[in-house]
Write a new protein. Structure first.
Length: 83
């Protein structure tokens, strides 16, 4: 296991255990994770997390907040989902 994988596992464990981050730290980490996932998605087809590991409500709230923060238009959203 690489140093980065060990660090990621420790950070995930701490956050799952209730550790808190400042808003600025959370935003920076979240942006880095989203960018990392976007890059990896080009090369491998894998979901962003294991099925059932995140509550549906948390996914919905987070996805909506991400769309608002990135200022996605309804046209772009429809194009993403081939609507």
């Amino acid at each position: 296991m690489s140093d980065q994988e060990v660090f990621a596992a420790r950070l995930a464990e701490a956050l799952e255990g209730g550790a808190e981050l400042t808003v600025a730290s959370r935003q920076r980490l979240f942006a880095a994770l989203v960018t990392c996932y976007g890059r990896s998605r080009r090369d491998e087809v894998a979901p962003p997390f294991a099925a059932g590991s995140v509550a549906v409500e948390d996914v919905a709230v987070t996805a909506a907040a991400m769309l608002r923060a990135s200022e996605v238009t309804s046209f772009e959203l429809a194009a993403l989902f081939n609507v």
